[in-house]
Design a protein around this ligand. Structure first.
Ligand SMILES: CC(C)(COP(=O)(O)OP(=O)(O)OC[C@H]1O[C@@H](n2cnc3c(N)ncnc32)[C@H](O)[C@@H]1OP(=O)(O)O)[C@@H](O)C(=O)NCCC(=O)NCCS
Length: 233
């Protein structure tokens, strides 16, 4: 990859990307022959304006990828939906980075919400597992009718309804913050008062410094190869 890929929270200046994003979502769904919850460019633009989306692009503005946040059931559930990467940039870790950024954004905006997704894609299942999602039955997802209405444009909607929304072709995955709970008091207390923690950090710092010095002494050409292909903002 010649240029680094910028991955950041989208804003109102990004609405011009809306159509290319929805076009690619539709084309990819057709190519895969799978179902999709279809979204309009206006809907995508709204997500950008609300700061509930993550976009990836090259420094020259070329669009690379996208994903957005939806909240359901009075903000008790959050879905990171519409993950899409432009074909030319696939299989180099872009989706993983976008999904991580949108996951972090979801945790910032809705710290108590369960984060879930429905997917038929192996790539998304892999990424979700790494983020701490677990496979669940549909009964664990939101019962918000509006969420399920989003499936109406999917070719498999009749199957979903014939099973009373209890099952379909997608695998449901969910991240429950209650399963990843670190008591704040314990963490704060440990960091503030523990001499052991301080010593541990000092050792870590000195090791890191040594490592950095070693890396600096390596040739400049080599160090340019260490550049990450991503800039995460
Ligand atoms: C699915 C998609 C977002 C993946 O994007 P990507 O940037 O190529 O994914 P990454 O490079 O970050 O890969 C993440 C992981 O998935 C794997 N992966 C990527 N594409 C895959 C595929 N088609 N089949 C199986 N595994 C795949 C990668 O090997 C990687 O696994 P690893 O962590 O074990 O190495 C992209 O192919 C796409 O936009 N597809 C069309 C839209 C779509 O299907 N969206 C998902 C809707 S739920």
């Amino acid at each position: 990859m010649d240029q680094q890929i910028i991955i950041r929270v989208a804003n109102s200046g990004d609405v011009h990307y809306s159509t290319i994003i929805t076009d690619e979502m539709e084309a990819s769904a057709k190519a895969r022959g799978t179902g999709i919850a279809k979204r309009s460019p206006d809907y995508i633009a709204q997500k950008m304006q609300e700061g509930k989306a993550v976009i990836a692009h090259l420094p020259d503005g070329t669009w690379v990828g996208f994903c957005y946040i939806e909240a359901w059931g009075h903000d008790q559930f959050v879905a990171n939906s519409g993950l899409i990467v432009a074909p030319a940039f696939r299989k180099s870790g872009v989706a993983k980075q976008i999904k991580k950024r949108v996951f972090d954004l979801s945790r910032e905006k809705y710290p108590h919400a369960k984060i879930f997704g429905l997917t038929t894609g192996l790539a998304v299942m892999k990424i979700n597992s790494e983020l701490g999602y677990e496979p669940v039955t549909y009964s664990e997802l939101t019962d918000d009718d509006q969420f399920w209405a989003g499936c109406k444009s999917c070719v498999n909607y009749e199957t979903l309804m014939s099973k009373d929304r209890k099952n379909c072709f997608c695998t449901a995955m969910l991240y429950d913050p209650a399963d990843h709970y670190e008591p704040e008091e314990t963490a704060a207390d440990f960091k503030a008062h523990s001499k052991l923690y301080e010593r541990f950090m000092n050792v870590k710092k000195s090791r890191l410094l040594k490592l950095l010095k070693k890396k600096e002494s390596q040739s400049k050409s080599k160090s340019s190869l260490l550049l990450s292909p991503f800039i995460i903002l």
